[in-house]
Design a protein around this ligand. Sequence first.
Ligand SMILES: Nc1ncnc2c1ncn2[C@@H]1O[C@H](COP(=O)(O)OP(=O)(O)OP(=O)(O)O)[C@@H](O)[C@H]1O
Ligand SMILES: C[C@@](O)(CCO)CC(=O)[O-]
Ligand SMILES: [Mg+2]
Length: 356
Amino acid sequence: MNNIGNINNIKYDGNNNDSKITTIETPSKVILFGEHAVVGGYMALSMAVDLKISGLLECYDYIINNQQPTTPEPIIIDLIDLNKKVEINPQDILNINLSNYDNDLKYVASTLKNTVNYLMDKNLMKLNPINNNIKPFKLTITSNIPISCGLGSSASIIITIIKSILTVHNLILSKEEISKIAYTVEKEVQGIASITDTSTIIYGGALKIKDNKIKPIENNDFNNLLAGCQFLIVHSERRIKKTAELVNEVAKHPQKRQIFKQIGEIVEKAEFVKNKEELGKLMVENHKLLNKLGVSTEKLNKIVEIGQKLGYGAKLSGAGGGGIAIILINENKKEDLLNELNDLGVLGIYDCIIKY
Ligand SMILES: Nc1ncnc2c1ncn2[C@@H]1O[C@H](COP(=O)(O)OP(=O)(O)OP(=O)(O)O)[C@@H](O)[C@H]1O
Ligand SMILES: C[C@@](O)(CCO)CC(=O)[O-]
Ligand SMILES: [Mg+2]
């Protein structure tokens, strides 16, 4: 890892109108139904959640003053939670080769490359050795999203970096365009991906995704039912595998086609349930199929059992292999539920607050 470099030129003065320090916040997501099968073209139902990544974005003085730098400055992305840093000169971004980056840094490197590529294709950015139009910045990232556990931390970091690049260059892209870049990154790093995580985080609220297109949930009875539901996010255990590995393992599962189809059928039914009991039951059915796909664990299964007994239902959420489960809670039994989860021993319990 390189040194931090000379950041003396960064104006870090929150009270000075000339300085450019911005905080960029990006939420996370939970998948209520349909993970994995969604990459096969079936429907998923997901929600943006108010656990977030915060990026402190700092620009160099000469950018604020619209001048050329006297010496070239790097782009620095400081990943506090990982204790790792990416430092790159703007003119090297297009030559990024992901295989030179360690696994933890691939999302960052791919986002830099794909965002700059997209902006250059659209003529919104130039790379010219004399007048280098890609501006350096420093981005310090912290997160209260548990990393790599099914809450879409990869999507959240991708979007934080895209928004930072746009902010530094005073550019605005539509949600659709940001989604396009973000999906390209998830796909490049994972090999196989859907737009679910990135689009949910960009658009916010609860959404349906099918065939890599997003659709709002139009059934108002279901929207009202969802609004009255309380979900708990339970961080079961550390996930050893990343989403990239899990989706690639699922792709080789001999019963993949049949299980994806069955998951798809459950998701199609979900929007038409009448009450929490029916919704919880479908969650458990979806979980059982994810278990069959090989992405559950003993502990996740135990949490789902508890969620079924003391709530309306539960399932693992995200790519699985450990990580999180989501429980639809029954207010009258919440205390008993929390006690059983604590007795089992879990890494964390969060109220699921939907981020619109
Ligand atoms: N706070 C963070 N700082 C740096 N990198 C992060 C951070 N959060 C996520 N990442 C990157 O995202 C990777 C985790 O992505 P992964 O897709 O495996 O899990 P996830 O997105 O949390 O879960 P899922 O894809 O199941 O929703 C990390 O290994 C790291 O590369
Ligand atoms: C497992 C998966 O379906 C969801 C991960 O949160 C992968 C994807 O859709 O890209
Ligand atoms: Mg991910």
